[in-house]
Every structure is written in C-alpha cells, then in structure tokens.
Design a protein around this ligand. Structure first.
Ligand code: C5P
Length: 312
C-alpha cells in the first residue's frame, strides 16, 4: 500500500493559555501542502514492526536527532493500533522523506497519521475516524489535524478538529507558495517554554482567514497570517526574521514562521509569483536555504476521499 503524507503549515496559531498537564491550549488553522512524504506499507507475518527511513532527499538538519526504528512516530503509531485493536499482524513501513525534519512542517506527525489510516485498512482493524483521531492525539498534537485532512481548525491541545470551510468551498483555496527551511531544527517544547504572550491579539485574523479560505481570496489570507509563537521564535533565531521580512519585501502576499519553526512559508498570487519569490530569496539570503514551491491542499485528502490518498 502506498500513501502520501502531506506537510502542513499553520496559517493561524494562537496560544490561549497554559494547562495543568504542561501543554498549551491553542487555536490553529492548519492546511496540508502538496509537499509530502511517500510511504509504503507491507503486511508482515508476526507482530514485528519495522520502519525504514530514506532521507537522501531532505536537507541535513542541525540540532535534530532522528529516532531509530523503534522510537519512530510511525512505528509508535503502528504499535498503538495493535494495542488498541488486539491485532496480531505486523508491518514493514518504508518512508521516503521529502518533508524536512524538525521544521514545523508536521512531517513526523503526518507519517504517523498515514500509518494509522493505512494500517487500519491493511490489517482490516476497522476503527472509525473518531477512534483514529483519538489514537492520533496520543501520538502528537498535530496528528489529529493531519489525519482529518484538508484545511482544519484545531483546538484544545490540537485534538479537537473540525473542517475550516464547508465542503463546497474547499477547492477554492488551492494557493501557491514557497516553503523555506533554514537548515537547523527547533524544539517545539523549547519554544512553548519560552513563550510570552505577544502584544497583538490574533482573534480578528482568525475570522478573516476563515473568510479568505471560504472565498479562495489568497490576498486576504496573506494579510491575515498570524502566529503567536513567532516573536518567541525570532527572539532565539533572529535569522528567521530576516527570511520572513525578506519574503515580504520581495512582494509575498504574506510570510510567516510555520508552527514553532524553523520553516518559513510565503503565500503567492500564482505559480510564477511563487517562483520569483523563491529566486529572489535565494539571491538575498546568502545562506544556502532549502526551499520548495508548494500548493495548499484545502480539499485534501481524508476529508474528500476517506483516509489520506491511498493507492494500493
Ligand atoms: O504534542 P507534541 O509532541 O507535538 O508536542 C511537543 C511539545 O510541544 C510538547 O511536549 C509541549 O511541550 C509543547 N506543546 C504545548 N502545547 C501544545 C502542543 C505542544 O505546550 N498544544
């Protein structure tokens, strides 16, 4: 079975407060991207789970250690499904990484989401979407949103997910953009620890972004991007402010850090505009940043066609 596990960006991220369990309550709008890891899953006899990662297409990332096969989030997703269902089958999971790691693009979470959906079919364990979302939340805060697919609003720790737009509006906001990864990773936990509430309240942007998604208005979306963690990220990594401001100066409709970083994205009017931004940024920032042209996938994948795109 082959699956695409898309990256995500947060168009909006507001932190509402700290909880007793150490996590933060948040409200975020998250959209999947055309940039995706490719996953192949084979059923194996016995209960063994083996995950093999092919990393040759992503940049080397400073400051991030990749988990071995046993601790990998994809392996943990498979084990969790075994535990939850009593399933005795095993699997070999091959992941060709295209999403840089440690960059706030949700790659590891998306792999876990894809493995949960894929194995639920391959093993015939038949869990409902709600049950999969519940298991996903135990693996990581972004997993439920990526499991759900499409543009979503996630609240709580990230586990309460709903579509950001009505089904008939979803296809309108397939937008072009650029994603930039600076070559170093950022620890999400560290950014949440350092977080101090920003002076700007994001709520107005939240409502404007929902309208922009519903109407497909990328210009409005570009003006309304909001990330309450961004100043915290800039305080420790000033280079990222240069990247964001550089993209804005070069005419991006909007540019922002994704989640807790380290990746930055920019929205563009169309493909040619996105390509120009990518080139100008490369000329401007002397460091050798990895970047990709991307499209948002607001109508993707589970929302429209059941769990992620499965091509058997
Ligand atoms: O859930 P996940 O493993 O992605 O979160 C990584 C870290 O980010 C958590 O250990 C926590 O410190 C922080 N976090 C948080 N509030 C959230 C999500 C993550 O404090 N809603």
């Amino acid at each position: 079975m082959r699956l695409a596990a898309p990256a995500k960006i947060n168009l909006f991220l507001e932190i509402l407060g700290k909880r007793d369990d150490g996590y933060h309550d948040l409200r975020t709008i998250l959209v999947p991207l055309s940039l995706a890891d490719e996953i192949e899953i084979e059923r194996r006899e016995g209960e063994g789970i083996e995950t093999v990662m092919q990393m040759d297409e992503i940049p080397a990332v400073v400051g991030i250690e990749m988990a071995g096969s046993e601790d990998n989030l994809a392996t943990r997703a498979a084990r969790l499904l075994q535990e939850a269902t009593g399933c005795r089958a095993g699997a070999r999971i091959h992941i060709r990484k295209r999403i840089p790691v440690g960059g706030g693009l949700g790659g590891g979470s998306s792999d876990a989401a894809a493995v949960l959906c894929g194995l639920n079919r391959l093993w015939g364990t038949g869990l409902s979407r709600d049950r999969l979302l519940e298991l996903g939340a135990r693996l990581g805060s972004d997993v439920p949103a990526l499991l759900y697919g499409g543009a979503v609003v996630a609240e709580g720790r990230g586990e309460r997910v709903r579509p950001a737009v009505r089904p008939e509006e979803a296809a309108r906001s397939r937008w072009w953009g650029v994603v930039v990864h600076p070559g170093f990773g950022i620890s999400t936990a560290d950014m949440y620890r350092r977080y101090r509430p920003p002076l700007t309240n994001g709520s107005a942007f939240y409502h404007t972004l929902l309208i922009a998604l519903a109407t497909g208005d990328v210009h409005r979306a570009g003006r309304s991007l909001f990330n309450g963690l961004e100043e915290t990220v800039f305080a420790k990594y000033p280079f990222l402010r240069l990247v964001v401001e550089g993209l804005r100066d070069e005419g991006a409709l909007g540019a922002m850090v994704s989640g807790s970083g380290s990746s930055v994205f920019a929205l563009a009017a169309d493909e040619a505009h996105a390509r120009r931004l990518q080139q100008r940024l490369a000329e401007r920032v002397e460091a050798d940043c990895w970047s990709r042209l991307v499209q948002t996938m607001p109508d993707g994948v589970m929302a429209a066609h059941d769990p992620l795109e499965v091509r058997v």
